[in-house]
Design a protein around this ligand. Structure first.
Ligand code: MN
Length: 475
């Protein structure tokens, strides 16, 4: 997959104070280190945790938070109050911290040692009230930090930490997302438009225009031998279905998409872009609307949306980072099943459906496309999958961005569609199609979305908090 800019890790700080003497502090440090080692050794976390500090003074806390800000490999800071740690010590450092913050409210032991508990134990193990003192100041500072409460050794808690880590990494990486829009957005369309400068201020996204002509020169310069090699290699991955086409036409049209893929990839790599948009209204110099070419790049983790929709392209890349590029796809609400008992949305696009959601082996097919007035484009055709997913969109209201989402159940289409040769995915909002769609339409959610089977609504809520972004979760 298209790599992140950094190899990330998380820093761990445990809170204490000098009141209990050096022996207690040594024990605090030993316990925190043991906890961190056990968390790393459990292999339930996607990124390593590094123990950094027993925090006892405003000075050492402030310095550590400053260091976290300046170290690109630090995706976030995890805090835990082993003892009572007076929270005035945390104000300066917490205010300065610009990385995601997780308050892990836990305790060394998951039980009360009734038979042996004494005041030494109580001096050392004060999480029950220490975590409250600390949480107060984060709330007062309106830090929007994540809080996870529970026994650190529990699998469910470790899973929650893991999911938060993925969100924190996506947040950090968001500031490296660079999208190129080939041509502008589709004429006259409102919902896909927006304020690129505000998006850069808020999410760190760079969105640049390049003319289709700039891409065409890359596409035309691709070496024929590279195309032939790729054509052969792809037979392992996909089924080649000639259908009604002559062999000559099929080969030519597929190979032209591979030419577009190689040209696009070179362009994106050289200029450092991690996502892009196309627009079927402007293909001057290209023989086909990129279909298979786009799908192959999506499979590698590039963000994409059609019709110049840079917001959805950037969101696609962001959620692909969050979900490790597993089953996360650009989508469009295509057509509806309104019959009782069948309520569903059929999602697809003209060509550019992301094969990371495929449940069968994608077929390379060449078919006519009535829109765009170009050669018949090659595309991957496949069936989507079943499972729990979220469907997400980003709206720009001028005075604020909104992230809009609902939980959905993914399903395979009930039947084949022999006259609609595109990849398809069926889903139904968990709240019901009627309530879900009415909620979506009411808050102004668009028709371009990112459908992800690897991201959940808690993660979207956490991500929105990190960006101080309005999150509308339709339940
Ligand atoms: Mn579209």
């Amino acid at each position: 997959m298209l790599k992140n800019n950094n190899n990330y890790k998380f820093w761990f700080i445990t809170g204490s104070q000098a009141l209990y003497g050096p022996e207690a502090l040594q024990q605090v440090e030993a316990d925190a280190k043991k906890m961190v080692s056990a968390l790393n050794a459990a292999h339930n976390l996607p990124y390593p945790i590094e123990f950094k500090l027993v925090a006892t003074t405003s000075e050492n806390i402030t310095q550590l938070m400053k260091d976290a800000n300046y170290d690109n490999s630090v995706a976030g800071v995890i805090t835990w109050m082993h003892t009572f740690s007076p929270a005035k010590n945390w104000i300066r450092g917490t205010k300065l911290l610009q990385k995601p913050l997780l308050h892990l409210a836990t305790q060394v032991l998951d039980y009360i040692p009734y038979d042996t508990i004494d005041f030494d134990y109580m001096n050392l193990n004060q999480s029950a009230h220490g975590d409250r003192e600390y949480a107060f100041i984060n709330a007062r500072l309106r830090k929007n930090n994540k809080i996870i409460f529970g026994f650190w050794g529990d699998k469910a808690i470790q899973k929650q930490i893991a999911q938060w880590m993925d969100v924190a990494v996506a947040y950090n990486e968001s500031f490296n997302i660079k999208i190129v829009t080939f041509a502008d957005k589709m004429r006259n369309v409102a919902v896909t438009d927006g304020d690129k400068i505000e998006a850069q201020i808020k999410f760190g996204w760079t969105v640049d225009y390049w003319g289709v002509g700039d891409l065409v020169s890359y596409v035309n310069a691709v070496d024929e031998a590279d195309i032939d090699q790729l054509y052969e290699d792809l037979h392992d991955k996909y089924l080649f279905v000639e259908g009604e086409n002559s062999k000559e036409k099929f080969d030519h049209n597929v190979k032209y998409q591979l030419r577009e893929y190689l040209g696009l990839k070179k362009f994106l790599t050289e200029k450092g872009y991690s996502g892009f948009t196309t627009n079927f209204e402007d293909l001057v110099g290209l023989e086909q609307l990129p279909g298979l070419a786009v799908q192959m790049l999506m499979a590698e983790g590039y963000g994409f949306a059609g019709e110049g929709d840079w917001k959805t392209a950037a969101l696609d890349r962001l959620l692909k980072i969050l979900g490790h590029n597993r089953a996360t796809a650009f989508m469009e609400d295509y057509t509806l099943d309104l019959r009782q008992g069948h309520e569903a949305i059929l999602g697809s696009h003209m060509l550019e459906v992301d094969p990371t959601i495929a449940s069968d082996k994608p077929r390379v097919e060449v078919h006519l496309m009535d829109i765009g007035g170009k050669e018949d484009p090659a595309r991957l055709v496949f069936t989507g999958r079943t499972g729990d997913a979220v469907d997400v969109t980003m709206a720009d209201f001028g005075d604020e961005f909104k992230l809009i989402s609902y939980d959905v159940t993914g399903n395979k289409p009930e039947k084949e569609t022999p006259h609609l040769p595109v990849a398809k995915q069926l889903w139904t909002p968990k709240v019901g199609l009627k309530a879900g769609a009415e909620g979506w339409l009411t808050v102004g959610g668009g028709h371009h979305t990112v459908l992800s089977f690897s991201v959940n609504s808690e993660q979207l809520a956490d991500l929105s908090k990190m960006f101080d972004l309005k999150f509308v979760d339709i339940k």
